[in-house]
Design a protein around this ligand. Structure first.
Ligand code: ZN
Ligand code: ZN
Length: 469
């Protein structure tokens, strides 16, 4: 008896002074998650939300009249789906508009080219000889002044991959190519779209001009048009005319739209999931990113229908203006990033509507939550999702709060065909497979519910000054 009480005392002392117990997911929560998972697979809420947003609002470039309608739509949709609290938070940014765009080959082989202005491009009409570069490095290697009076053409073909790794170098042509071309003296910039399709649909996307440079008209050619222009250039000098009417036009204030399911015992602590509400203007933004909005709204809705709410709140965020610079994600981190204790974990769905194949929290997950992450991965396994303990990264709008030390989860979607559609007129509802979308909803539902039920945290801690990237 005495020995036992000594042992108890020793154990108590050990617990009081040792590191906090590892985070774990209670068994009853795992049982509820298994039921939720099957319900979500048979539920079409996600699909209906995506159908509603892409049909009723359509294209919704940040700062447009449709942006405002999308904000009103999201508030109404959260209410319709039974969220306990619905509110908006202002997000301001400069407004960019596309009005018209045209390009053509001049001279002997005169013909039109399918192009689209890059977001952020100034308007203007330029007519000049094209100089082709195989990739960004070749443009960077061109001698200073060698493009004086010319139009640079970067002809880099990005590769398709399940994890989208081709977008790093493909997207770099778009973000850095125009500034490099201006440094060499170019008066215009065209690129092979950062895309993996073979359709005559150019891919837009934001570009930035380095400070001190005078921006020049910058556009992307569809992949077949880039092939065509490359063949013409191989035959001899080619002049093109690029005529863009677009540009920056004042400031605009949009909103992050937020819906919350109130937690039963720790309501101030939140699991954050979401997608971005804005899209580019060419398609209806179905895979980018009505899908993410639909997946996470549906997940919140299904958790909200439980008889017993999870311990913590589920917060679904439809972020404003991701496309032109993560404005919604940055505003969110500015507002909530100083109170990371309340920020259990966050995940954004913004990689299309393909099936989720891998899961992780942090890369690697902090030691104290590794076992809980493994438990969640176990609950996701029947969906064909594997635990990837050393891989992943936060979604774009989660990046800013993750940089402050917020915990994040990675639910990796199969992006094999994402860049066939991304930022094009082809990004429309018919490209989404309802079954794959339901698998995404099931995964987000299980993840968010279990993270909200966890005993312990996932390592949200303020990063020491200078420790972050
Ligand atoms: Zn996106
Ligand atoms: Zn996008």
């Amino acid at each position: 008896m005495r020995r036992l009480s000594l042992l108890v005392l020793a154990l108590a002392a050990h617990t009081a002074f040792a590191a906090p117990a590892p985070t774990r997911i209670p068994d009853d929560a795992l049982r509820t998650a298994a039921v939720l998972r099957e319900q979500a697979l048979a539920d079409d809420t996600g699909w209906k939300v995506v159908e509603s947003l892409t049909t009723e609002i359509g294209p919704r470039i940040a700062g447009s009249e449709a942006d405002a309608r999308a904000v009103a739509w999201a508030q109404a949709k959260f209410r319709e789906l039974g969220f306990d609290r619905v509110w908006t938070e202002p997000v301001s940014f400069p407004k960019w508009e596309r009005r018209s765009e045209k390009a053509e080959v001049l001279g002997t082989h005169a013909q039109p080219l399918a192009i689209t202005a890059l977001g952020g491009s100034p308007g203007g009409t330029v007519e000049a000889e094209v100089v082709r570069f195989a990739d960004l490095a070749a443009l960077q290697a061109a001698p200073a002044g060698s493009l004086a009076g010319k139009i640079a053409f970067v002809d880099y073909q990005m590769i398709a991959a399940r994890d989208g790794r081709g977008y790093g170098p493909g997207g770099a042509v778009r973000s850095r190519g125009p500034s490099e071309a201006i440094r060499k003296g170019a008066i215009g910039f065209v690129m092979r779209s950062a895309g993996t399709d073979s359709h005559r649909v150019p891919h837009t996307g934001i570009t930035r001009y380095d400070e001190g440079l005078t921006p020049v008209p910058s556009a992307a050619l569809s992949v077949p048009d880039a092939n065509q222009l490359a063949r013409l250039v191989a035959r001899g000098p080619v002049r093109i005319r690029l005529a863009l009417d677009c540009g920056w036009d004042g400031e605009y204030t949009s909103h992050n739209v937020i819906g919350e399911i109130t937690g039963r015992s720790l309501p101030k602590e939140v699991v954050v999931i979401g997608g971005h509400l804005d899209s580019w203007d060419l398609g209806t933004g179905a895979v980018d990113d009505a899908a993410g909005v639909g997946i996470t709204m549906a997940a919140g809705h299904l958790i909200g229908k439980l008889k017993r709410a999870p311990k913590r709140s589920i917060r679904v965020v439809a972020f404003a203006n991701e496309e032109q610079g993560l404005y919604g994600g940055r505003a969110y981190a500015d507002k909530y990033g100083d109170d990371l204790k309340l920020h259990q974990i966050a995940a954004e769905s913004d990689f299309g509507a393909g099936r989720i194949y891998a899961f992780n929290t942090g890369s690697p997950a902090p030691e104290g939550s590794r076992e809980a992450t493994r438990q969640i991965a176990g609950a996701l396994a029947p969906l064909g999702i594997e635990y990837a303990p050393t891989q992943g990264g936060p979604g774009p709008d989660i990046g800013p709060i993750a940089a402050k030390g917020g915990a994040w989860a990675w639910l990796a979607q199969d992006g094999s065909d994402y860049f066939d559609l991304h930022h094009t007129a082809d990004d429309t509802l018919d490209k989404i497979d309802p079954q794959a979308l339901a698998q995404n909803v099931a995964a987000y539902t299980v993840f968010a519910y279990l993270a909200a039920e966890a005993e312990g945290d996932f390592g949200s801690r303020p990063k020491e000054a200078g420790a972050g990237k």
